[in-house]
Design a protein around this ligand. Structure first.
Ligand code: ARG
Length: 282
């Protein structure tokens, strides 16, 4: 395979410092309220990621953290923004319910005219991954299948529903990452992804293999190290450093993998992508 020439596209990200991060309830298998969280370490790891984005030329804006929202650091769940249009979140668990309004308000205050409050449960980019042509959408643990139709109608992009079957990979962004969205032209350069097949139902695995025959396929160990919970700018791929098996395949394809340590935030069941919401311009 010829190594394609990659280029980074400057992005706009929304993050929230983990000032009140803690594991006081358990809504995914990674969360153990018995395990203490070192806030200073969590904050330092989070700042590392934020500063790395900025050093790469990306814009990072920050939400003000709220004491009553210990999972607020996971901003990917707060909304989905495509073509400058915002589909708000509706959380599956009451523990995170209040976060949705904070995100919706942020978008309204930052000049976004189209901010839709959703009818159906969806946890933002946790379950919606965006390519130039489609939305890939997870269901099974959090987002309702009904939210897929709602997103398709709102964004006017085909939504490809994918069934998640392993509770450790409860959001799509724990099992799949868009590395390059493609150019969206018919017959043009297609999107490229990496994913862990074991997280998906047999039918969804077959759909992914058909749409993305050249995908990077992650091992169980790299998936368990949260290696798919990554962010790509088209060239750099920021991912948990522990996912060692992914670095080679990414380099072979012309990407520059950058290992990050977000171990403290993993206690909440999230890593690089979970703490990064992408604001896609119109
Ligand atoms: N504790 C959070 C939850 O279970 C973690 C969210 C992780 N976010 C993500 N995009 N996967 O809701």
């Amino acid at each position: 395979m010829r190594t394609p020439r990659r280029s980074a596209i400057p992005r706009r990200y929304l993050m929230c410092p983990p000032a009140y991060f803690r594991v006081s309830y358990s809504i995914n298998p990674w969360m153990d309220p018995g395990k203490p969280v070192d806030l200073a370490v969590a904050q330092a790891q989070w700042e590392d990621l934020r500063d790395r984005y900025r050093a790469l030329g990306h814009t990072v804006e920050e939400l003000v953290p709220h004491p009553g929202c210990p999972d607020m650091v996971f901003t990917a769940n707060g909304a989905t923004v495509v073509d400058g249009r915002v589909l708000g979140a509706r959380f599956a668990f009451a523990e995170r319910g209040a976060e949705a309004a904070v995100h919706a308000r942020w978008y309204r205050e930052h000049g976004f005219a189209d901010v839709r409050e959703p009818l159906h449960i969806n946890e933002g980019e946790g379950d919606f991954a965006v390519t130039a042509s489609w939305l890939l959408a997870g269901r099974g643990f959090r987002s309702s299948p009904l939210s897929h139709a709602e997103a398709q109608e709102y964004f006017r992009r085909p939504v490809i529903g994918l069934d998640l079957v392993d509770p450790r990979f409860y959001h799509l962004d724990t099992a799949l990452c868009v590395l390059d969205g493609g150019d969206g032209e018919p017959g043009g350069r297609g999107a490229e992804i990496m994913y862990y097949p074991g997280a998906f139902s047999p039918g969804s695995r077959a759909v992914l293999a058909r749409l993305f025959p050249d995908a990077v396929v992650a091992s169980a160990a790299d998936a368990a190290a949260f290696g798919l919970n990554a962010v790509s700018d088209g060239l750099h791929v920021l991912l948990p450093a522990g996912a060692v098996g992914l670095f080679g395949p990414l380099r072979e394809r012309g990407f520059e993998p950058l290992g990050m340590d977000l171990g403290e935030l993993l206690k909440g069941g999230g890593s690089v992508k979970c703490v990064t919401a992408e604001v896609r311009p119109g």
